[in-house]
Design a protein around this ligand. Structure first.
Ligand SMILES: Cc1ncc(C[n+]2csc(CCOP(=O)(O)OP(=O)(O)O)c2C)c(N)n1
Ligand SMILES: [Mg+2]
Length: 187
């Protein structure tokens, strides 16, 4: 399963959501499908995508918040699961694309390549809805189910360690930051 195909399958469902991605491959892939002012690509702060998403979800309870995370990133911030579970915002969908790799910096294997189980960690932390996905169809239906469920959900999608040809885009970090901030303020 390719991450870009997962993103494509749910792209239209993101229209009214506040969307946060981690940096690197997933940010470039989502942008390649078409940037929107409700998308924020968190640069550099590796591991903190879910933390940012949690803050947004708590501040904007009337909006769905979607986080596109990575295995390497969430492994750096596993405590985020316990904080997410503690506050359990009903409007947050946390997707972890697990390619068992730090793909964006050259493809070094992560601990999920040797058996660490992100779904198990999320469950143990108390996240109320946790599921896995290994096909695009299943991912798409799980994601739509999570949006409709109104309960904090983590979906761990096992994907190939394949990314876009380049991570460079023409959207500057600050431009994205101010645009997203204005969008959030006005919703
Ligand atoms: C604190 C910190 N350490 C290292 C980096 C460099 N870095 C950027 S993306 C990345 C890999 C992210 O891995 P993962 O979350 O699995 O996403 P993938 O690249 O596989 O899509 C790394 C190590 C960083 N931005 N911040
Ligand atoms: Mg990865």
């Amino acid at each position: 399963m390719l991450r870009i195909d997962c993103l494509r399958s749910i792209y239209d469902d993101l229209r009214d959501c506040l969307v946060v991605t981690i940096m690197g491959a997933v940010a470039a892939e989502l942008q390649s499908l078409g940037h929107r002012e409700n998308f924020f690509y968190l640069q550099h702060a590796m591991g903190l995508g879910s933390s940012l998403g949690l803050g947004l979800a708590l501040c904007k309870p009337g909006r769905k918040v979607v986080v596109f995370d990575g295995d390497g990133s969430i492994l750096m911030n596993l405590g985020s699961f316990t904080t997410m579970a503690r506050y359990a915002p009903r409007n947050m969908v946390h997707v972890v694309f697990d390619n068992e790799s730090l793909l964006s910096v050259g493809g070094f294997p992560t601990a999920t390549s040797t058996g660490s189980d992100i779904q198990g960690i999320a469950r143990a932390a108390g996240v109320p809805r946790v599921s896995g996905a290994a096909t695009v169809e299943y991912f798409c239906s799980s994601f739509r189910g999570a949006l409709a469920a109104a309960e904090l959900t983590t979906i761990v999608a096992k994907v190939e360690a394949k990314g876009p040809p380049t991570f460079l885009t023409d959207l500057a970090l600050l431009e994205n930051r101010f645009q997203f901030q204005r969008y959030v303020r006005n919703v």
